[in-house]
Design a protein around this ligand. Structure first.
Ligand SMILES: [Zn+2]
Length: 1004
């Protein structure tokens, strides 16, 4: 039977490929083709996109099928004209731009315009047809077509994941990549197309079933249909073959069994193997296809995430946006996700994580009048344990991803479950068991969804996003044809095309009371290099997040004091840019050189814009410096007045630098000394001892080192910029060769060179911490650079700052889950502690960390904290991270969580000084601790003051927040600044549970 089955399947495959699919379109007449290649302007070999009006009026030349076009990133416009005799019904054109067999979405694409500039649809590798409207043909007796195709030569080679210069228009070559392959007016043979769909569905179903009655029945009927077909006259015999298949396609699935909620979708990365500008066009082409398909097939439901992509569409393609809006009103074109972009969630700071939802949901509400309730993050590289609370406070009910199916070590045990965050908030979560966000609804995929579903038996509902992503054109009529046939088909999961919300409502109703609970982060066991790759993204993001904090705080203070207007538009624009760059291939550093080159310039511009908001606000607050000229105001936006750091708007001119001295030693090393620490460096410039005089305790273990730079080879097995594989640790070179070691004032400076690179470290003592500035001129390739600090602390677990709190991870590798977390993300600090004593490493720009435990001379174990400074992957950007970088870290001996946090805020928020009068803080926070994360004016422009704070220790606390301005009332609100039902206040006092986030709105 096996041989028989294989023979029939092989016969079907060949018939489909060579006879049936090609017979769907019968050529009626060739189109006349002319072309205009957008010429280069200035730098690079190719021109940038131009508006339709410019292209329409350009000088076109005749072009034959077969003619090459398109150097990488170039745009060519094809003018297609033709004449269709009136007797042709179901008329379509087929335009093949020279599509390759590579994945759709990662190669040539086109957009078809009418002569009046209106959009017809997109052109994609598996969606290469254009409808011909024949409504006017009857009157004229013939139909004239004239189209303009904007063709984009996006390079295929990037999906080879090997180093290439094609990732930037400035370095690419002028060689054409594509050749126009077909441009014909055709008749669409509907019966052949339906036969192809019948056979594809039955073939897929038959292959997915065991060798049972149903699969044999399907096999024999398929063979009979093939026997009935005349391959020399497919059009003439298709109907006969379909009649034979009708019976098996009518057999119903019956009740029970797996139900697939198929959601039309296209995962379009906001930048990745193409620049941001190309994403705008990718979105438009896919949306054009979706709108065209919705107009002609009322079964399609399509979900589109990312307010940013909607905003691009609205700005650049208003006519298309208007058509989309009509379908939104009918509930078929569904905004989903509620975020500004599908951001990374490991690296994004607390307030920015909140703003992804605030700005995203506000956009959907303002422009479309809808509020998405499901978080849609299919592809981001792991999910922070802070998310359940953040998304719930943003008014979201459900969470979706499928990325965790990429884990290389531990298969995740559930597909539908309650996900519990650091504060205990739970969100109903689903991972589509189809294991892709680009499904085609094939029999294979549907069977995989059913078989793979880990909650089967107890639950029956699963979601499957279908459609070609990344510019592949989205869902197709072929996919809808498969969905129709599998809606109720014996042996197949039942497919319903519906909204994500419809899925979640059904899944929750069925399973909410029994679904398992997963507590803590959804760590992705791959892509660990993204905490470090493209260091300038990490630096730019961190600086902008903190400048935004300062800009909002000081602008709010100045506005409430009546000194300045609040810069709503400038702040919103800066936020939008920063949020866009948190997209899951930009901030993680996994895009082509072009994207990161532009992002570096953008970050620099935004930093300048924010300084231009902060400085005038501080000048206004400090006044004219009147008086005797000696008063000094210090501004620091750190939220911990109680802890000795200048607080919110407080005037506390004390520097947190203290009196210390540095002097050389006889062995060529140096010592640093203050009232609190005595630090000794040996002749190699490595710290060998830190004496904590307050605790009379040596911080380093015997033989230990701090500030030690370690270099590893870094050759991941798969994806260069994404992955740091465990084997990188098998080889290590400590950087101990010294070019120069000297005392400079109260600091010690060490210079080294290694490979083609140089590094200078500057070590100085501050109140409560030892600061290490590391400047690297980095010219390595495929290496990772780590900063190591050994601590004489015996710790089973380490704490790492995350959004609005911290996560605890083991330092041991007892289980495969622990072992897989060999590189993890921390925000501004990581901390190891034993009873009564801890050591933290705080940072100003880095995220990647590893904490390990080691046998200690004399017994016990010690802990080693390492921060990842730099990598040098060669794909997608062959020159990743080449050049100068500056890092700042602080070792905090004797640290508790509050000390680690204080150092983290201190390194990231500069102290700003100017002469003037003392400024009263806008709000005073007493009790706690509770840290203030944002002070701003309300998004709605009412002038109300919004203060967001959280409990940072994982403790229960009471806190009093007192405004220093007139208020009419105070409300506890959600992230969108809407009044919350639950209000835990006792008068002016707030009770906070561990890691709780509270947003207060002071009405004025
Ligand atoms: Zn993606």
């Amino acid at each position: 039977m096996h041989d028989r089955r294989r023979e029939i399947e092989a016969r079907l495959t060949r018939a489909l490929d060579e006879r049936l699919r090609p017979a769907i379109h019968t050529t009626v007449a060739p189109l006349t083709v002319e072309v205009w290649h957008v010429p280069p302007a200035g730098d690079g070999h190719v021109g940038e996109p131009v508006p339709f009006e410019v292209a329409r009026d350009a000088a076109y030349e005749r072009c034959a099928v077969g003619e090459p076009w398109g150097p990488a990133w170039g745009t060519s416009w094809f003018r297609l004209t033709g004449h269709l005799p009136t007797e042709v019904d179901a008329a379509e054109a087929v335009v093949d731009l020279g599509f390759t067999g590579a994945q759709p979405g990662f190669q040539a694409e086109g957009m078809v315009y009418r002569a009046d500039g209106s959009i017809v649809k997109g052109l994609n590798p598996r969606n290469d047809w254009v409808p011909v409207s024949t409504s006017s043909a009857a009157a004229t007796g013939a139909h004239q077509v004239e189209w303009y195709v904007e063709a984009a030569a996006n390079p295929t080679v990037l999906t080879g994941f090997r180093p290439t210069v094609l990732g930037d228009r400035l370095t690419t070559s002028a060689d054409p990549l594509y050749a126009l392959a077909r441009a014909d007016l055709c008749h669409r043979e509907t019966e052949v197309a339906e036969l192809v769909a019948d056979l594809e569905v039955l073939d897929g179903l038959g292959r997915s079933l065991p060798d049972d009655q149903r699969s044999r029945e399907i096999l024999y009927v398929v063979e009979a249909a093939l026997d009935a077909l005349d391959l020399g006259d497919v059009v003439g015999s298709a109907g006969r073959a379909r009649e034979l298949l009708a019976g098996v396609l009518r057999a119903p699935a019956g009740s029970g069994g797996h139900v697939v909620s198929a959601v039309g979708h296209a995962h379009i990365d906001s930048a990745w193997l193409w620049p941001v500008r190309e994403t705008v066009r990718k979105v438009a082409r896919t949306v054009a296809n979706v709108v065209q398909l919705m107009d002609t097939d009322d079964s399609l439901v399509y979900a589109m995430s990312s307010a940013q992509q909607w905003a691009w569409l609205q700005a650049a393609y208003p006519e298309l946006f208007a058509r989309v809006k009509e379908h939104v009103e009918q509930g078929r074109f569904v905004p989903t996700g509620g975020m500004w972009v599908e951001s990374d969630t490991n690296l994004v700071g607390g307030e920015a994580m909140a703003r992804q939802f605030v700005l995203g949901k506000r956009w959907f509400a303002e422009h479309l009048g809808v509020e998405p309730r499901e978080v849609w993050l299919p592809d981001s590289f792991g999910y922070t344990a802070a998310l359940p609370q953040i998304v719930t406070l943003a008014g979201m009910r459900w969470f979706l991803t499928q990325k965790i199916s990429w884990n290389t070590t531990n298969p995740f045990p559930h597909h539908t479950f309650w996900w519990e965050g650091i504060d205990g908030t739970r969100v109903f979560t689903h991972f589509p068991p189809v294991d892709t966000y680009n499904a085609e609804l094939t029999g294979d995929e549907l069977a995989h969804s059913a078989a793979n579903f880990r909650d089967k038996g107890a639950a029956t509902h699963a979601l499957a996003p279908f459609g070609y992503g990344d510019g592949g054109g989205g869902p197709t009529r072929e996919m809808l044809g498969r969905a129709r046939r599998t809606a109720d088909l014996e042996g197949s999961p039942r497919v319903r095309v519906e909204t994500p919300e419809a899925f979640f409502v059904a899944a929750e109703e069925e399973y909410a009371d029994r679904a398992p609970v997963w507590a803590g982060e959804l760590y992705l066991e791959i892509h660990r290099g993204t905490y470090t790759s493209q260091a300038a993204m990490k630096d730019g993001n961190r600086r902008c997040e903190h400048l935004l904090r300062e800009a909002e705080l000081w602008s709010t203070t100045a506005a409430v004091r009546g000194l300045l207007e609040y810069p709503y538009d400038a702040l919103r624009s800066a936020w939008e840019t920063v949020l866009l760059h948190q997209f899951h291939d930009i901030l993680p550093g996994s895009s082509i050189a072009w994207v990161h080159r532009e992002a570096r310039a953008t970050y620099a511009r935004v930093m300048g814009d924010l300084e231009a908001i902060i400085e005038p606000a501080l000048d206004a607050l400090a006044g004219d410096g009147a008086g005797d000229g000696t008063d000094l105001v210090a501004f620091n936006a750190a939220p911990m007045a109680r802890l000795g750091v200048p607080g919110l708007g407080a005037a506390a001119p004390a520097d947190d630098r203290l009196v210390s001295s540095a002097r050389p030693t006889e062995d060529g090393g140096a010592t640093l000394e203050s009232d609190v620490f005595r630090v000794r460096l040996d002749g190699t410039g490595v710290i060998r001892s830190i004496l904590d005089l307050r605790h009379d305790r040596e911080v380093l273990p015997p033989g230990g080192a701090a500030n030690l730079l370690e270099l590893h080879p870094d050759h991941p097995n798969r994806w260069d910029a994404w992955d740091l594989d465990a084997h990188y640790r098998h080889q290590v070179v400590p950087l101990t060769d010294v070019d120069d070691l000297r005392v400079d004032g109260d600091a010690v400076v060490v210079k080294r060179s290694f490979g083609a690179s140089t590094v200078e470290q500057r070590i100085a003592l501050h109140v409560g911490r030892i600061e290490i500035d590391t400047e690297v001129d980095w010219h390595e390739s495929e290496k990772v650079l780590k900063l190591r600090v050994d601590c004489d602390v015996h710790a089973d677990e380490a704490r790492y700052e995350t959004q609005f709190g911290h996560v605890v991870r083991p330092t041991h590798v007892n289980t495969s889950w622990d072992a897989a977390r060999f590189e993890v993300c921390a925000h501004r600090w990581a901390l190891v502690s034993e009873a009564g004593y801890g050591v933290a490493l705080a940072n100003r720009t880095t995220y990647g960390h590893d904490v390990t435990r080691h046998p200690r001379a004399g017994g016990g174990t010690y802990s080693r904290i390492r921060a990842s400074l730099l990598r040098a992957p060669r794909f997608p950007d062959p020159d990743t991270d080449q050049g100068r970088h500056a890092f700042r870290h602080a070792i905090v001996p004797g640290a508790r969580v509050s000390d680690a946090a204080r150092a983290g805020y201190g390194l990231n928020l500069p102290l700003r000084r100017r002469p003037g009068r003392a400024v009263e803080p806008l709000v005073r926070v007493e009790g706690g601790p509770a840290y203030v994360e944002a002070v701003k004016l309300a998004e709605d422009g009412s002038g109300d003051v919004v203060v967001r704070l959280y409990e940072p220790l994982g403790a229960r606390t009471r806190v009093r927040v007192t405004p220093s301005f007139e208020t009419t009332s105070t409300e506890v609100v959600d992230l969108l600044e809407r009044r919350l039902e639950v209000d835990d206040r006792d008068g002016a006092e707030l009770s906070l549970r561990p890691f709780q986030i509270v947003t207060l709105r002071f009405r004025r």
